[in-house]
Design a protein around this ligand. Structure first.
Ligand code: SF4
Length: 376
């Protein structure tokens, strides 16, 4: 495969970019503080051939668990910092890479300049031999940037990523990769192509976020990866699928299968992905899921909405409060899961919160209303 001339970024025992093999990664969906379960899932991923494993850290307990996890595995580890960028100091000694989301940095210490927060992350990563990922997501772009790009998710994502690359470089850091994920494979293709044209030197982590349940989630991801990798774009990738924990390693298997097919010239995508009717997007779940009924709910939503398959409607099903509220805004109907209730949304508006055993009925009412309104 032809590859873009990106710079090399060392992450633990692997190097990505500069023509190195495309690394396949995934993310634990166990509670990070549950060290035994997390280590077992890391082993499951390693057995499936994972090059790098990401774990989420949201609390002090999660951060402290990372040291224990490190003692039990030699896997290349990345930690996902969300709002709490200061946890980098606790986890970095035990890691190979730190991922932060530019859209979440403003939450804590809002009065502190973003550059100062980045300096903390860069200095911490540098002191502990960690690489960095600037992990941009269409559903959680920094509001200050998003407001400059009304209705233009692609433009906002590119602006956010470009701005953060420049800030990291200003701080003397070039050991970073970038991701610009969107749940729409067409937007994903457009965004990565535009960013790669502007910054051909920056290694890229590919992914379609919240791709959903197989087989649809695999098809969306395959379409995007085929279009990008065949153009030389992409140095590492993750296939994000909504799967129960015992099947999470399938993300690695699917990633490897897509890479093999592309390398051997087997393409299955049409040039443009168009969901023929009902489009269900759902997050792949991670340790932030507060009720494990989430994965089951995603499958039940697909089953219950079967009757509406021919309608061009997008339903988003998200596992938690961290990304759920933002990532459901662009869907026609959205669900995001809390510990005891599921929040229902019509686009960006709230339509109430319901217990898990009532949410399917409420969703069906909303879906029927939407279908009737569009038919009238
Ligand atoms: S929405 Fe929440 S549970 Fe789902 S992958 Fe994102 S952070 Fe994890």
């Amino acid at each position: 495969m032809k590859r873009n001339p990106t710079r090399a970024v060392k992450i633990g025992s692997i190097t990505i970019g500069a023509g190195h093999p495309i690394a396949v990664q995934t993310m634990c969906a166990t509670k990070t503080a549950d060290v035994a379960a997390t280590v077992a899932q890391i082993r499951q991923f390693e057995a499936a051939g994972a090059d790098l494993v990401r774990i989420a850290v949201d609390s002090k307990a999660d951060a402290e668990a990372v040291a224990q996890i490190r003692k039990e595995t030699k896997a290349n580890l990345c930690v996902d910092l969300q709002e709490n960028y200061r946890l980098a100091a606790t986890v970095a000694p035990h890691l190979d890479k730190i991922r932060y989301n530019p859209g979440h940095l403003y939450h804590h210490e809002p009065e502190k300049p973003i550059l100062d927060k980045l300096k903390f992350i860069v200095d911490t990563a540098g002191a502990h031999d960690c690489a960095i990922r600037i992990g941009c997501n269409a559903g959680s772009v920094d509001p200050k940037i998003a407001e400059k790009f009304p209705g233009d998710d692609v433009g906002a994502l590119i602006a956010s990523a470009t701005e953060h690359c420049a800030m990291l470089e200003r701080l003397g850091c070039t050991r970073f990769v970038v991701s610009l994920k969107d749940s729409d494979p067409n937007h994903t293709i457009e965004t990565y192509k535009a960013f790669a044209a502007a910054r051909p030197d920056v290694p890229l982590h590919l992914g379609v976020t919240e791709a959903g349940i197989p087989p649809d989630g695999i098809i969306k991801t395959r379409v995007a990866f085929e279009q990008l990798l065949s153009r030389g774009i992409g140095d590492t990738l993750r296939v994000s699928l909504t799967l129960p924990n015992p099947r999470k390693h399938e993300e690695i298997e699917v990633g490897r299968a897509i890479l093999k097919d592309i390398a051997e010239g087997r393409f299955r995508s049409v040039p443009f992905f168009e969901a023929p009717g009902l489009n269900i997007i759902s997050c792949p779940s991670c340790s932030r899921v507060e009720n494990e009924a989430f994965v089951d709910l995603a499958f039940k939503v697909r089953e219950m909405t079967e009757y509406a398959k021919s309608h061009k409607i997008t339903i988003a099903v998200m596992g938690c409060r961290v990304n759920g509220p933002g990532e459901t805004d662009d869907a026609d109907l959205g669900l995001w899961c809390g510990p005891h209730f599921v929040n229902l949304k019509r686009g960006p508006e709230s339509a109430g919160a319901y217990p898990y055993d009532q949410i399917l009925g409420k969703l069906k009412e909303e879906l029927d209303t939407l279908i009737a309104r569009r038919a009238s």
